[in-house]
Structure formats: C-alpha cells, structure tokens
Design a protein around this ligand. Structure first.
Ligand code: SF4
Ligand code: SF4
Length: 324
C-alpha cells in the first residue's frame, strides 16, 4: 500500500496549540470484523495488534490521575479487545463519560451477544458508522451484508432505549463520503437519514456526524492509485476555513495507541507522528501522568485540511454545526 505521508509532509498548515485536555481517545487495536474501503486505520480481521491488560491499566490510572472527563474508545472494533468492558466500567465508576466507536455489525460476532445490554447498562454513548441510508452505498464501502446487519443492530439498540429522547442513551451515526468529495451540509443530511431510516425500518438516532475522508492509509492509497490525491488535497485546501481551527479535536483530545504511546489525534497516530514535547522523540502515557500538556504545539501537515475544510470535521461531527 502506498504511503501518502511524504506528500502530506510537504504541505504547510497553520500552527496550532493544545487547549485543556478533555478527552482521552484510546485505540485498543486494529482488529475488526470489517475491512472498509475508507478505513483510516487500515483495520481488518487479520490485524493482530491489540492493547494488553497492563496498558489498559495505565489508561485507567491516567483517567484517574488527570480526571479526564471523557474516555473515547476506538479501534478496529474496540469491543473485540479483551480489556474493553473493564475500561468502560472503570471509567464509569469515576463518573467519566464513555464513547464507543461502534461498527454495529460487531454485535453479531461470537461472544458479543450481550454487548448492547452492556453498553446500555453503562450508559455508553455510541458513535456508529453508517456511510449512507441506502443499501448499495453501504455495502460498497463496508462490505456485502453490512447494511442489513447494521439495521438489525440499530433496532436492537433502539429496543433498549438508544436514540429515544430522555432515555439518557445516545446513539449518533457517522457519515463519510464514498469518494474524494466533501461531505454535504450536516443538518440536511441528518434530516434525510432520519426520514428514510425511520420510514423504512422504524430506526431512530440522535445526531448524524458528517466527516471528510482523510487522505491517509487505505483511502490515501486509493487516491494515489487513481491519480486523485493532488486534486483531493487541492479541494480540501481551497475549502479551508480559518474559523474551524479553534474547534479541531486535537486541541482537547489526547490519542493513545494500543502500546500506550501518545499522539495529538487518531490520524497522527495512523501516520506515526507522535506527540512532540521537549526533546523526547516518543512519549508514553505513563510519561504524562503528572504533566499538563495544554499549550503544547500540535503536529500538523497537509492531512489537517481534512479537519478544517468546509463545515469542518471532528470526532463530534461538523465543527460549524457543533458550534451552533
Ligand atoms: S468498521 Fe471501522 S475500524 Fe473496522 S474496517 Fe470499517 S472503518 Fe475500519
Ligand atoms: S488531523 Fe485534525 S485533529 Fe489531527 S492534528 Fe491535524 S487538525 Fe488536529
């Protein structure tokens, strides 16, 4: 697979610094029951990288020491990691909010039969990928049968109260374009999703997050092989809005890999751009137990235009909408 980093590294991006740490985003490994075309993690069933129990302990200790408000768990399919449920319950015991980046179909994997009930019992916020409300587009991007499996999973979550106003159980969906285009306006697309999924399946959810595809990993390699890398980057750069710089997720989030090393965001993690602090080349979570990293410079390059183009993209959806 061709690497886009040498090209991204040549593209300048405005200097930005970290704000107060609010979210610890933990990538527990790259194993996934799916292998989606756009996956910026390059995850799949054959990946073996996994967070071990000792590193999960460090995550829990870090949350406690730094009193981080939110634990955001991602992968791969994070629920396949043996330490997933332990981290969730430990964070909830500290009254931290927990977000699960959930691919829906993992509910039908062996051993995950009670996953929806576990998530509901711990009031875990679910952020689930659903790149379209139409079957063809979902199966094209995420694999045959994924749409039907996703609808079954959404119905199970709805039956537990997820997506119902006042239930305290939040279910958000994530849309990303199929190809090298910017996402359409979030509010309009959310209305379409609610109408189509509601009318056809009785499915309900809270919000739709629209995200641009990042020109890295599998999607980046496809752009290169199809000769579309330069035009996509130009499109992102032309759509850059300086006002989005304030809301990019790296300002308030610290990303941790399955070994415990830290990065400014999950995209930098995938590009192997460690958080830079002083002379240290690579920092581990344990190095930051008692450190305040606010005001630290963020490592930026051409891929960052994926976060600031148009309405902007963050792990909480469009920045423009989020600010409204
Ligand atoms: S479900 Fe998510 S982590 Fe798994 S391959 Fe698809 S995009 Fe990647
Ligand atoms: S990719 Fe986005 S979140 Fe990551 S460092 Fe760049 S601007 Fe920040």
């Amino acid at each position: 697979m061709r690497d886009t980093w040498p090209l991204l590294n040549k593209i300048p991006f405005p200097a930005i610094r970290r704000g107060q740490l609010q979210t610890l985003q933990v990538n527990v490994g790259y194993r996934c029951n799916q292998s989606c075309v756009h996956c910026h993690v390059n995850a799949g069933p054959n990946r073996t990288e996994e967070m071990d129990a000792a590193t999960a302990d460090l995550v829990i200790e870090f949350l406690e020491r730094q009193r981080v408000a939110t634990l955001d768990i991602t992968g791969g399919a994070p629920e396949l990691n043996a330490n997933f449920r332990r981290m969730v319950t430990a964070a909830r015991d500290m009254a931290a909010k927990v977000i699960d980046r959930h691919n829906l179909t993992v509910q039908e994997q062996p051993g995950q039969e009670d996953l929806p009930e576990f998530l509901a019992a711990n009031q875990v916020e679910i952020v689930a990928s659903m790149p379209c409300y139409l079957q063809d587009n979902v199966d094209k991007q995420r694999g045959k049968g994924v749409y039907d499996g996703s609808i079954r999973a959404l119905k199970r979550l709805n039956a537990l109260g997820y997506g119902r106003e006042g239930s305290g159980l939040t279910l958000n969906l994530v849309y990303n374009p199929l190809g090298p285009a910017l996402p359409p306006p979030q509010a309009e697309l959310e209305a379409d999703y609610k109408r189509v999924l509601g009318e056809r399946f009785g499915v309900r959810f809270n919000s739709l997050f629209t995200l641009a595809n990042m020109p890295i990993q599998r999607f980046g390699a496809i752009l290169l092989s199809q000769g579309q890398f330069d035009s996509y980057l130009t499109r992102l750069q032309h759509a850059h809005r300086a006002e989005n710089l304030d809301g990019v997720m790296c300002r308030s989030l610290l990303s941790v890999d399955y070994r415990g090393y830290v990065y400014d965001c999950d995209f930098n993690q995938m590009l192997d751009l460690p958080l830079s602090r002083g002379a240290r080349e690579r920092l581990h979570l344990r190095d930051l137990f008692d450190d305040d990293i606010s005001n630290n410079p963020i490592r930026v390059a051409g891929h960052c235009f994926g976060c600031t183009a148009g309405q902007g993209s963050s792990c909480g959806g469009a920045l423009k909408e989020a600010a409204e």
